[in-house]
Write a protein that binds this ligand. Structure first.
Ligand code: SF4
Length: 170
């Protein structure tokens, strides 16, 4: 059975985590201010009520945003399909897990991009091992909360060492 790419965003398997977790400021990309943790007023259940006319309504920032599959992975893998809307006690842990998973998926994207760098055999092996760990691990909320100060930091140090091959925006 073909496997879906982990970095492919599937909003139908998410619970609109970006529409509650992320903050934005009124300006060219968003028509009003929104605080983190505040459900967007344009949200109805898990759907955006202005999805088909986001740009016309002043939300080109939403069109441009891509969580790289972090939202659907958090909802399905960490919370077994549950939603903060049905169980408001999940709101904070789901937002925290979403923040952690975005960092995981950002590094998967960067590790994949590093495949084209002229790495040494040892660096290639390290890159592959990090990628396997990030892609195959079944993450818990607690592990995601610790990611940036643990494995995420180890990967960032690795990126720092291979920056000589190409610029990496950490
Ligand atoms: S405008 Fe729509 S896509 Fe953007 S945050 Fe609000 S509900 Fe989500």
């Amino acid at each position: 059975m073909p496997q879906t790419d982990l970095l492919k965003t599937d909003c139908s398997k998410c619970s609109a985590l970006c529409c509650i977790a992320l903050a934005f400021d009124k300006g060219d990309d968003f028509a009003f201010d929104k605080n983190p943790g505040e459900p967007c007023p344009n949200l109805s259940a898990h759907k955006c009520t202005i999805h088909d006319k986001l740009s016309q309504e002043g939300f080109s920032g939403c069109v441009a945003y891509d969580c790289l599959g972090a939202g659907n992975r958090v909802v399905q893998e960490v919370f077994a399909g549950r939603s903060w809307q049905k169980d408001p006690r999940l709101t904070r842990p789901m937002m925290e897990a979403f923040a952690g998973m975005r960092e995981v998926h950002k590094r998967i994207d960067m590790l994949r991009a590093a495949e084209t760098f002229p790495l040494s055999p040892r660096e290639h092996q390290t890159r592959r091992e990090f990628l396997d760990r990030l892609e195959q691990h079944h993450w818990s909320g607690a592990e995601l909360n610790d990611f940036e100060v643990g494995l995420g930091l180890e990967i960032d140090i690795f990126f720092h060492g291979i920056r000589k091959y190409a610029p990496i925006d950490l």
